[in-house]
Design a protein around this ligand. Structure first.
Ligand code: ARG
Ligand code: ZN
Ligand code: CA
Length: 348
């Protein structure tokens, strides 16, 4: 019924899906199941035989789902591939839970590596300053920031609250460099250009803290860069954690950049009335700066809307931004989910 060639094609298919050990294991399991299914075929109870048995007792109940499934899987490589994929992702989810990579309530804890590149003593920021940044990320992403009470009534119903994404400092890598000023060109992410190579970016969220980037407070890669050498966030030392550099002194540059890292776009969609692909953030004409007073109205497509300038993905001062929306939370969870591009970040 199954030629060796067909079996060979199937093995290739399994190998193509993924080539890590766990997935190979599931592939091998699927093959074993196929074999078992073939030899068992004569032993299967046919509908006719079932009918000849006396009906009604619990022992004789028969659920043919698995048998039907086995036949379907044998006959369709596409179905088999989907089955293997589901088992692999389920297995990853179960493993993450048992190893503590996700907390009991489903919160994903992301391990963070902070790479400090310093020229002056001030740029070699203290462990306390690093800790203050991690604490701010956990408050802002947990919806436990002290200024949540400033969210206008109008937006309270769409506030994200707890995004169920947490951050845990795994290690700090410190390196002295002769570079006085950096540009947003990833040089700081390579040892060969006086920077520091990322630490295992497929499994750790890398942050580079650099001395100075001129007018740029920070920048980030998006999830399509997951696991690449340059994947992560860069922040200038003066704006990392709680600092004395108002109005960017509350660690919200990192909150904003981590938003990008987890697939959030600017709330104005980087264009005039453009989209951020989030339904509950009202369309904006442009970015906002400073400390706008509520409400502010933007007209897009002839419709005037009260805008959510207090969102972390706008450009207002640190003290003027204090919320993600529920729609933004959904986008970030899609990225950190077992099936998402940043699933590899589940705590090691
Ligand atoms: N990449 C943006 C910049 O460099 C980050 C702005 C963050 N805003 C803030 N209030 N911290 O301007
Ligand atoms: Zn940005
Ligand atoms: Ca929107």
């Amino acid at each position: 019924m199954h030629s060796n060639f067909e079996l060979y094609k199937f093995v290739l298919l399994i190998l193509n899906i993924e080539n890590n050990m766990k997935k190979l294991f599931i592939g091998a399991f699927a093959l074993t199941m196929l074999a078992a299914c073939n030899t068992n075929e004569e032993n299967l109870v046919t509908p006719d035989e079932t009918e000849s048995l006396s009906a009604g007792t619990a022992e004789r109940r028969n659920c043919p789902s698995e048998e039907i499934r086995n036949t379907a899987l044998q006959n369709s490589p596409e179905l088999m591939a989907k089955y293997v994929d589901i088992e692999n992702k389920t297995n990853k989810f179960v493993q993450d839970a048992s190893l503590g990579r996700v907390l009991a309530d489903g919160t994903v804890e992301i391990p963070v590596v902070v790479n400090v590149l310093y020229r002056t003593a001030a740029e070699n920021i203290s462990d306390a300053q690093i800790a203050s940044q991690i604490a701010t990320l956990n408050k802002d992403f947990g919806g436990t920031n002290a200024d949540v009470n400033q969210i206008p009534q109008e937006f309270a119903s769409v506030a994200a609250g707890d995004t169920k994404i947490k951050f845990r400092l795994d290690r700090v890598v410190r390196k002295s460099t002769t570079v006085r000023s950096w540009r947003a060109n990833d040089a700081m992410k390579k040892t060969s250009s006086k920077g520091q190579n990322a630490f295992d970016p497929a499994h750790y969220f890398n942050i580079w803290v650099v001395g100075d980037m001129g007018g740029i407070l920070g920048y980030a890669t998006f999830p399509e860069s997951s696991g690449l050498w340059n994947d992560g966030v860069v922040i200038a030392a003066k704006y990392f954690g709680n600092t004395s550099y108002a109005p960017y002194n509350l660690g919200r540059t990192a909150t904003h950049e981590v938003g990008h890292y987890l697939n959030l776009r600017h709330i104005w969609g980087d264009g005039n009335c453009a989209t951020d692909y989030v339904a509950d953030t009202p369309t904006q004409q442009d970015k906002n700066f400073g400390t706008p007073s509520y409400p502010q109205y933007d007209i897009c497509g002839g419709v005037s809307r009260s805008i959510q300038f207090m969102n972390y993905m706008d450009y207002v001062n640190d003290s003027a931004m204090y919320m993600f929306s529920a729609g933004q939370k959904t986008r970030m969870q899609a990225v950190t989910a077992t099936s998402g591009p940043r699933a590899g970040l589940r705590l090691y």
